[in-house]
Design a protein around this ligand. Structure first.
Ligand SMILES: [Zn+2]
Length: 132
C-alpha cells in the first residue's frame, strides 16, 4: 500500500526478521501508531524490528532506526521523540513452545492470537509496571 498514511513510519522493505509483531486495531491513526511503536521499542530494548499489523493485516515493518528517523521529521512538534508516558500500555504475548512474540495495545480475551508457528494461543507475559 504505497499511499498508506503509515508509510512514514515503515521500513521500505517488508520485515525480514522481526523480533516482535505489533498487532493494532483497524483504523488506528498514524500518531497512535507512532506512540505504540515508541512504546514497544522503549519497553523492549532487545527488539530491533517489529512487524506491524493493522486490523489483522501486515502493513509492513518498522525498525528502531526507522522510528528514530521518522520521529525527527514527524509532525509539527519540536522533533523530539514522544515525551512522557505513552498513551498505550504495551501488552506482550509470547508462545510457550517457541520464541514467537507478539505485542498488542489491547487484548480481546475471547480470541487470543495464535502462534504463527502453529503452537496455539499465545499467553500474556507479565511486564513489571514499575519499570515503565
Ligand atoms: Zn510457538
Amino acid at each position: 500500500m504505497p499511499h498508506s498514511p503509515y508509510a512514514v513510519l515503515l521500513d521500505a522493505e517488508p520485515p525480514s526478521a522481526p523480533d516482535a509483531t505489533l498487532d493494532l486495531p483497524p483504523g488506528i491513526d498514524v500518531d497512535a501508531l507512532a506512540e505504540a511503536l515508541d512504546a514497544v521499542f522503549a519497553d523492549a530494548p532487545d527488539v530491533d524490528q517489529v512487524a506491524v499489523l493493522v486490523g489483522g493485516q501486515t502493513i509492513g515493518g518498522c525498525s528502531r532506526a526507522r522510528l528514530i528517523g521518522a520521529a525527527r521529521g514527524f509532525g509539527d512538534s519540536d522533533g523530539a521523540v514522544l515525551p512522557g508516558r505513552p498513551r498505550y500500555q504495551i501488552i506482550q504475548l509470547s508462545c510457550e513452545s517457541c520464541d514467537f512474540t507478539m505485542v498488542r495495545i489491547h487484548i480481546d480475551h475471547r480470541s487470543m492470537p495464535l502462534c504463527r508457528n502453529g503452537h496455539g494461543p499465545v499467553r500474556r507475559v507479565s511486564v513489571d509496571p514499575a519499570g515503565a
